[in-house]
Ligand binder design. Structure first.
Ligand code: MG
Length: 98
């Protein structure tokens, strides 16, 4: 593996650690599956605002929060969408046994 690949792997590992840490923090602070999709959209807006107006560190922090909320949609689902999805004949966002 080249030095460039090693550096990239290291940067990816560091970012994944940040995301995992933020995921645990967010789940502890706001447990459950309430409005996770809306919270994801809120974080996307905050990322856009940071990218236009704020320092790089804030942009990175908001990007991490976007990743975390996308993960929460995948891991926890969004209870506010359950009835709507059922009405459309769609399955729940997460399995009942997940
Ligand atoms: Mg944010």
């Amino acid at each position: 593996m080249t030095d460039i690949q090693n550096d990239m792997d290291s940067r990816v590992d560091e970012l994944l650690q940040e995301i995992k840490h933020e995921l645990a923090r967010a789940r502890a602070k706001f447990p459950g599956d309430d409005v996770t999709m809306l919270a994801l959209m809120e974080e996307v807006g905050e990322l856009a605002k940071a990218a236009f107006e704020e320092p790089r560190t804030n942009v990175r922090a908001e990007a991490v929060q976007v990743a975390v909320m996308a993960m929460r949609v995948a891991l926890d689902g969004d209870g506010t969408l359950t009835a709507w999805r059922k009405q459309k004949g769609l399955d729940p966002l997460v399995r009942a046994d997940a």
